[in-house]
Write a protein that binds this ligand. Sequence first.
Ligand code: ADP
Ligand code: MG
Length: 729
Amino acid sequence: MSTYRFAAMQELFNRPAIVVPAPSDKVSEFYGVNTLDLDTMKKYLPLEAFQNVKKAIDTWGHIDRKVADAVASAMKAWAMERGATHYTHWFHPLNGSTAEKHDAFFEPTSDGNVFEHFSGNELIQQEPDASSLPSGGIRNTFEARGYSAWDPSSPAFIVDKTLCIPTVFISYTGEALDYKTPLLKSLFILDKAAVKVCQYFDKDVSKVISTLGWEQEYFLVDEALYYARPDLVLADRTLMGHASAKDQQLEDHYFGSIPERVVAFMKDFENECYKLGIPLRTRHNEVAPNQFECAPVFEEANLAVDHNQLLMDVMKRVARHHKFRVLLHEKPYKGVNGSGKHNNWSLLSNTGVNILSPGTTPKTNLQFLTFLINTMKAVHDHSELLRASIVSAGNEHRLGANEAPPAIISVFLGKQITKVLKDIESKVTQKKMTPDEKTELKLDIGKIPEILLDNTDRNRTSPFAFTGNRFEFRAVGSTTNCAAPMTVLNTAVANQLEEFKIAVDKLISTGLKKDEAIFKILRKYIIASKRILFEGNGYSDEWVEEALSRGLTNVKEAPEALKAYISPKSIALLAGKNVLSARELDARYDIRLETYTKKIQIEARVLGDLAVNHIVPTVIRYQNRLIENVKGLKDILPASEFGDAAGHQLNAIKRISKHKALIQELVDEMVGERKKANKIENIRDKANAYSIQVKPFLDRIRYHIDKLELIVDDDLWPLPKYRELLYAR
Ligand code: ADP
Ligand code: MG
């Protein structure tokens, strides 16, 4: 076995199981110890200051300087009691990860001493510079500075002796340079729009929050094997590797018993999450070998987004203690399922009602239907922008690859709800409805909870599925910052609800009763957007054809799909609602394209290196062995027996030559295309060149390498094989 692979396997066999004792058997005894939630804040703040903070959070208001000073000193006291020495503003820059820049609490005095210090100023705003973070050109043109500003609605927390303060990140000229700023704006307008519509049904509703419960899929791989795969280390996915004889075909991994070493890791990382107040509830094996999933109880969307970003960090950190690596890439292995991050989304009112859950009365059910249909219409009208929010070089491998929802955005409602929509369409009439007609309709609606109770069918092939009391956006990729799709969804729904309110009020002003006006507008929306409804198999070829005939778009290439960010319709929505300006959208579009280009560029380089420096020399070595063997046979055997004895080897020698020659040729061609693409100045054209001219080589080269893997002596093969990567644990 090659040195790399051999050493890795040796390491693996010597792994001790690492068991980290939990702080206590009862999670309630240590849950949230490292997070400064409102309850804890209350203990550290004067009452008036606390009420000020709470009010600011509830009403999207401001926090004045005096209060900020009090909060800063409370945070410092709390954090230092827990051993913190540093603080940082913690934000979500547009490179997809999280950023922090630690400063020590201590401050020197003029007499040469130091004291611990943290003021309201430092809490509220920082200038982390961070000029290398992506800005899509926003920062070059004016001022280079970037500012981070405190987000009081997400609690501060401690990681590794550092107090982390969630913040937004904006440019000197006020443009958003992060994911959180537009998310907060979208939550604000959604609150306002949803409250107004809820008021048709319940005057007590004064606030509506959006809830998000994500499900995070990931792979684990042993650290030693990981290091023996330069493609995993540098490109986050395997760029070669023949399918293992057994992978997921027996479906024996899904929901199977979790391997002991993996459980030890999971318990450890869950405990770290609990300390940070991340309410993880669910863990299980996923479909592919060594693939797993975790999910928390849903939370307010901004907090849930922060928690997901934090979780991805915590997972990676804890995995290293267990000599595992977490692979968050959407498709680390060819031929087995990739990883997604389902975004379960709903709306919750201050009266405690989940608005997307059927209620107990015709009135609450009409509210439920109103929001369901408006959401469906919003997704219909902005499906391209929704898709743009989740495409990436990684997610390209999932969307439309017959294992994840396709690149066609459709909505699944289930048989029962679909029938209710059909009833509304047929029973609500153009003319004024009679009292009998209205009563009948209301009776129908009153029955929804009973019919739904045992009948929520699931469709796992739908990108956007109603699952009984929430929508599940299933097409989101495993590395995606949930803020991106949630911002689009919230804004589209907010905009839709505003239009709905205007339309209904207009009908009411012509003398129609409220319920009838609502029914009439809902009927209109059902007709306008029903082409997006699809109940069948989203993975099937028939659906691709049917979607085309319905006029739904199917865009698999990320650079093409990303165009929706700057379409007039998207700008009208996001800029019109003051969530992202045209300039900010333009910048985001460019950043996403640049990231895409760089990812493909890295993959192409890594594959080129591996092919030329690892694979070709290996196969030549094996070929030489065969040649020597053939020569030897020729020396010792009579000519009549030689053909039989050496036939297999001679054939292998030829096949190796053929594949090797093609690999070298294709690598040369790919390098040529890359050079051409690199010369292109325009970001958009360059991404297209990488997508169309360079990317196809990755699969073409890999094809020959994977064939060679089956020919060459296992002893010589330099890289851990799929069966090792997928089954070692
Ligand atoms: P499944 O795999 O069947 O979809 P899971 O239990 O793995 O179910 O995940 C369901 C997710 O949906 C959880 O994160 C859960 O918190 C979330 N969820 C449930 N109700 C809501 C809701 N009202 N709003 C947002 N998310 C929700
Ligand atoms: Mg699940």
